[in-house]
Design a protein around this ligand. Structure first.
Ligand SMILES: [Zn+2]
Length: 518
């Protein structure tokens, strides 16, 4: 949604997502289904890409940490840290969670029935002794403290920042960056018996994706890198905030690379009020939801009904209620009623707005300003602060105010008046103005919906004759770095144009009412 919105603003966007593939657990999972690890990951990445495509996610690069360019960038950076003395070898004994593949201190662990357990997985922690390479995180403790003081905007939301600051204040321990005993990873360039372990591999994807000019990187492009780095935001799950807000800055400082401008930690979706868990069978996939309710419903529900910074919830009941209320009753009904009436009375041609409304009615230009602000600034502010739910509330509020406008102006009664022989020019002007303003309101509603539910937005705009083909001034063709070309309605057209003309097409119902399937 954010990437789409930024593209509407005409900004250069690079949106990276992908799969973190290296780990002993992945190797084990592949062995279990008797597949080569690479083949197993190929299948996994393919599945996720297909799902993302179905979800209309406009990524520029789907990076896999097993990609060859990524290997070069990781090896270069860890070598650099090694040369700088920030990576060193030591023997280590600690409490290890095999699911997290992370060491915990006694203090961080929780006490369960069988002794100390992983705070996340609630499984017994194993005492493990290993000789590994470590990254000197402790060296960067004060620099991190200062950074959070001088640049609080680096990590959002606030309550996550507070958690991280208190974590840093407890003192930082060096973390291990290599493992032995399995092969599925990037070999350490200075000790190939070891593979690079999780964070010195996964986090670096952000640099690889924007063509970091490491020696031997087949995709190196210094100019491209300069254009997109430092990036505006890393959007990460709350469970990996620490790695992005503590480990990653220190790794970048060690390499002399600028930090990303911000990190935003989002919450998790629960299912029927409980944590999703494959082992407990409490799980629903985006594909299942799209099969039952469609892509628009999935996107609308996840974005509009759940705060992005906190945890959210999914249930079949909730998605049905929310989408029927917002999409079918509020937005869909409005569009269908207005387009049906306008098409019936004016055909393809457009009613003209003469700014003549019944007495005492607030026009739609000022309703637009109330919900979206002048120049739709409130929508931009919602995106700037990652208040995606707030963005959607403004859109439904505006749609609601258009419905109210209809109830107040009663265009169906006006239609009867203008058909009488005694109808005046003023009667006709009022009828045309009412419908023209509604259509212009719906055009704006359609544009505002595009980042959230793009295909529904395009279907709304198409009924008004606003399409990429017919009215190219309303759209931009944007070539994603993946090579795919998408047409993007322009943010600058999100404003009330009193003289706007439309070329209507026959109305098409948009959002069928959802029902729970057994
Ligand atoms: Zn764990």
């Amino acid at each position: 949604m954010v990437a789409r919105f930024r593209r509407m603003e005409g900004r250069p966007v690079f949106f990276c997502t992908g799969t973190d593939e290296h780990s002993q657990n992945v190797e084990k999972a592949a062995a279990k289904v008797e597949l080569a690890t690479k083949a197993f990951c190929d299948r996994m990445a393919e599945d996720i890409r297909n799902t993302f495509d179905k979800m209309e996610i406009t990524y520029d690069r789907f990076i896999r940490t097993s990609d060859p360019d990524h290997e070069k960038v990781c090896q270069f950076l860890i070598e650099k840290a090694f040369q700088a003395g920030d990576v060193y070898k030591k023997k280590y004994e600690g409490l290890y969670c095999e699911s997290c593949e992370t060491f915990y201190t006694e203090k961080e662990s929780v006490t369960g029935s069988k002794g100390l357990e992983c705070p996340t997985h609630k499984v017994p922690l194993k005492k493990v002794e290993e000789e590994n390479y470590f990254f000197r995180l402790s060296k960067f403790e004060n620099q991190l403290k200062d950074y959070f003081l001088s640049k609080p905007e680096f990590l959002n939301p606030d309550f996550r920042r507070n958690e991280i600051v208190s974590f840093v204040n407890q003192g930082l321990r060096d973390f291990s960056v290599s493992r032995t005993g399995f092969k599925w990873g990037i070999p350490l360039p200075f000790d190939p018996e070891h593979v690079i372990y999780v964070w010195y591999d996964a986090l670096i994807n952000y640099l690889t994706a924007v063509k970091f000019p490491a020696p031997g990187n087949p995709n190196a492009d210094a100019e491209f890198f300069k254009k997109f780095w430092p990036c505006d935001v890393h959007v990460v799950g709350k469970d990996i905030t620490r790695f992005h807000a503590v480990y990653w800055p220190a790794m970048l400082w060690s390499a002399g690379i600028e930090l990303p401008k911000t990190v935003f930690a989002h919450g998790h979706l629960m299912l029927n009020g409980e944590k999703m868990s494959k082992t407990r069978g409490n799980i629903v996939t985006p594909d299942e939801v799209m099969t039952d309710f469609g892509t628009n419903a999935l996107r609308w529900y996840v974005i509009s009904a759940n705060s992005f910074s906190g945890d959210g919830n999914y249930s079949d009941q909730d998605i049905v209620l929310k989408c029927n209320a917002d999409l079918s009753n509020n937005i869909g009904n409005l569009v269908n009623r207005v387009v049906t009436m306008a098409y019936k009375h004016f055909g393809e041609s457009s009613p003209h707005n003469q700014n003549k409304l019944p007495d005492g009615i607030q026009n739609i230009a000022s309703r637009f300003e109330q919900s979206f602000g002048a120049g739709a600034v409130k929508l931009r502010e919602a995106i700037d602060s990652m208040d995606l739910m707030g963005y959607c509330s403004r859109v439904t509020e505006f749609s609601g105010s258009l419905n109210k406008f209809m109830d107040e102006t009663k265009p169906w009664s006006q239609a009867k008046v203008v058909q009488k022989p005694e109808a005046t020019d003023l009667d006709r002007a009022v009828f045309q103005s009412t419908l023209a303003q509604l259509l212009e309101g719906i055009r704006n509603l359609g544009i505002a919906l595009w980042p959230v539910i793009p295909s529904a937005s395009e279907a709304i705009l198409a009924q008004l004759g606003v399409t990429a083909l017919a009215v190219s001034a309303d759209f931009d063709a944007v070539k994603l770095h993946s090579g795919k070309v998408i047409t993007v309605p322009l943010f600058s057209k999100l404003s009330f144009d009193a003289a706007r003309e439309f070329k209507l097409s026959p109305p098409k119902p948009l959002f069928p009412r959802l029902e729970i399937k057994e």
